[in-house]
Design a binder for this molecule. Structure first.
Ligand SMILES: Cc1cc2nc3c(=O)[nH]c(=O)nc-3n(C[C@H](O)[C@H](O)[C@H](O)COP(=O)(O)O)c2cc1C
Length: 189
């Protein structure tokens, strides 16, 4: 099982990158004594796509290769953890844009959420849960909430509080178990 850690901010110097790196280290520790489990960061900044403007591609669009490359990367994943900040009480436009580009790439996969903001990013997480339903994603109960003011230094480097370190493992448990449970549906197509 492969789990994609998606960085949900495309801002230059995003705090999300530091969160994703710490999460990946914890994930690799978690996966060490498990068979067939791996995690990979997907940084949306590596796949610059314009604001969604068409549904049917014929292959001569300037962003065609980028669109196909991200599609292939997303298809590789059996489930996801989205690392998301809160922008104007919602998810970022960058992430929402990607959620408009793709559909089957997200279907029947588990979704874990790690959010951060001045109010822990809870509003953006709730928004994402509503969107996830439409994308046929199964959002899990465990939600890692990060305090913008207590868990980052002045350079945006993330250091989790102890209880969040424990919650990382709970999140991995949930995403792996629900991801496995949905395998039957993923294989139907
Ligand atoms: C356009 C914009 C809107 C924001 N709106 C909120 C908000 O509604 N609530 C909040 O807690 N933080 C808000 N913030 C602060 C972000 O949570 C903070 O800048 C965070 O570092 C952004 O994540 P990033 O660094 O990964 O892009 C906002 C930041 C930006 C740039």
């Amino acid at each position: 099982m492969k789990i994609g850690i998606v960085i949900g901010s495309v801002r230059q110097g995003a705090r999300g990158n530091s969160v994703a790196e710490v999460l990946l280290t914890a994930a690799n520790d978690y996966a060490q004594d498990k068979t067939d489990l791996s995690f990979e960061i997907i940084d949306l900044k590596d796949y610059p796509l314009p604001v969604f403007y068409k549904q049917r591609y014929n292959g001569d669009e300037p962003e065609y290769e980028t669109k196909m490359a991200l599609s292939a990367k997303l298809k590789e994943m059996d489930s996801y953890i989205f690392v998301i900040p809160e922008y104007n009480h919602s998810i970022t436009a960058g992430l929402k844009n990607i959620l408009e580009y793709y559909y089957t790439e997200f279907n029947n996969k588990a979704l874990g959420i790690v959010s951060y903001g001045k109010d822990l990013g809870v509003r953006s997480a709730q928004m994402l849960r509503e969107i996830a339903a439409e994308l046929r994603m199964a959002d899990v109960r465990t939600h890692v909430t990060i305090d913008l003011f207590a868990e980052f230094d002045e350079n945006g480097k993330f250091t989790p509080r102890d209880f969040n370190v424990q919650r990382f493992d709970n999140l991995f448990d949930d995403v792996v178990e629900w991801g496995q449970a949905l395998e039957h549906l993923r294989n139907k197509k």
